[in-house]
Design a protein around this ligand. Structure first.
Ligand code: C5P
Length: 397
């Protein structure tokens, strides 16, 4: 329910703009008030009159409209809202946001706001897959912009692929999530996930096996409870969750720097499978395969991110959670690891080949705290994530 919430809805110029009229209606049904803003291109697809009629509010259209400035300046307008939503977010709007442009009303509002911003991209599949849009998306996610969609399917232009704006229902749910007053709202949490890749040369690397599935599920569960999540991920095989700030890294040292850059935080969950060693004699050019010769790799120890953050004095998150994947004597090893690393909790699991946990959908974990060990029944990785997120919420309450 969105009773009493005010949403500033920027409608960009795309064929999906007609769905934004339905979005206005659905948001109002849930008790929100909607202030529509039409970009010049947006006006080509929906009329100011229809947006205004559905919102039962004035539509804002142009930065240099002096009457609007006298009525409510753009800074005030962008801050009066609880959430700024851009739907459809065109390739052009995303580029403007990523570049920090402020040349028209929509981009100025996006620059001036102090509220969270959620975008629903919609564009032709080639534009969506264009490297410039990929870069802009990564920049926006790193800036903490929430993203919903796009979906795959047939497009108005006749092509098929990702680029269709998310369904209105999905956008409404994302808005509700972004505005939810969950038990973790206002709390900052860092989650590391995925493997790290340690280069040998520009084309080769060593890595740990990790899909990133458990870390992704944890970040999603924390965000669902309202947490402000920074998700620091190595090259994982599952896509990052929506509604979190995503920082992509490759190596352990980059991961540590990203975690330090995301501090301060109330809690940190280290679910990444970090490579223990990096190649000390990595080369900048590709190593040549010479007959009979084998490369002599030298290794150096990587920083232990969990231990480093656990040992921080001032500025240490009040709850630090590590993981321990073990194949034997799981609880004894995990308890020892908790002491050695100095973290508050360890989520331990048995990853012996027979368990099917590695790469599977389920997990069976033991939560180790200062009070002792607590066995959780075998359940889906999503359920493990939700249970852990609920425990974190309790601990921070
Ligand atoms: O020592 P081990 O790798 O088994 O410890 C696992 C825990 O430590 C995980 O939470 C993992 O994310 C974290 N870790 C880390 N930095 C490393 C190695 C492990 O944060 N270099």
């Amino acid at each position: 329910m969105l009773a009493g919430k005010r949403i500033l809805l920027i409608i960009g110029g795309g064929i999906a703009a007609f769905k934004s009229l339905d979005l206005i209606r659905r948001l109002r049904e849930r008790g929100a008030s909607v202030t529509p803003v039409l970009t010049r291109a947006g006006e080509e697809f929906v009329t100011p009159l229809s947006a205004s009629a559905l919102a039962a509010e004035k539509v804002y259209r142009d930065l240099f409209d002096l009457t609007d400035e006298a009525e409510m300046g753009h800074v005030e307008l962008s801050r009066a809202a609880d959430l700024v939503v851009v739907a459809p977010a065109t390739a052009d709007l995303m580029a403007k946001m990523a570049g920090g442009h402020a040349g028209d009303l929509a981009s100025t509002l996006l620059m001036a706001t102090d509220k969270r911003v959620l975008i629903a991209p919609a564009m032709n599949v080639r534009m969506w897959e264009h490297p410039a849009t990929r870069r802009n998306l990564a920049t926006l996610q790193g800036d903490g912009i929430l993203v919903v969609g796009p979906e795959e399917g047939a497009m108005a232009c006749g092509e098929v692929g990702p680029g269709r704006m998310a369904e209105v229902q999905q956008i409404v749910e994302a808005i509700e999530g972004a505005l939810s007053d969950g038990p973790l709202s206002g709390r900052r949490v860092i989650v590391t996930s995925g493997p790290t890749h340690e280069p040998i040369d520009p084309v080769r690397y060593i890595a740990n096996r990790s899909s990133g599935a458990q870390g992704t599920a944890i970040a999603r569960a924390l965000a669902a409870l309202g947490a402000d999540v920074t998700f620091v991920t190595g090259p994982a095989s599952v896509p990052p969750p929506q509604g979190v700030r995503v920082v992509r890294v490759e190596t352990a040292r980059q991961m540590l720097a990203a975690v330090e850059g995301a501090l301060p935080a109330d809690a940190a969950v280290f679910a990444a499978a970090v490579a223990d060693w990096r190649v000390a004699n990595a080369t900048d050019s590709k190593m040549k395969k010479t007959k009979g010769g084998l490369p002599a790799l030298e290794f150096a120890e990587n920083p232990d991110i969990l231990a480093t953050v656990s040992a921080m004095g001032a500025g240490r998150p009040s709850l630090v959670v590590g993981f321990a994947a073990e194949t034997d004597d799981v609880i004894a090893h995990a308890k020892a690891k908790r002491e050695r690393k100095g973290c508050d909790w360890i989520v331990a699991n048995d990853v012996s080949p027979g368990t099917g946990i590695m790469g599977g959908a389920e997990n069976a974990v033991t939560l180790i705290t200062a009070q002792g060990a607590e066995d959780w029944p075998r359940m889906g990785k999503d359920q493990v994530a939700q249970r852990l997120a609920a425990r974190i919420a309790e601990a921070l309450a």
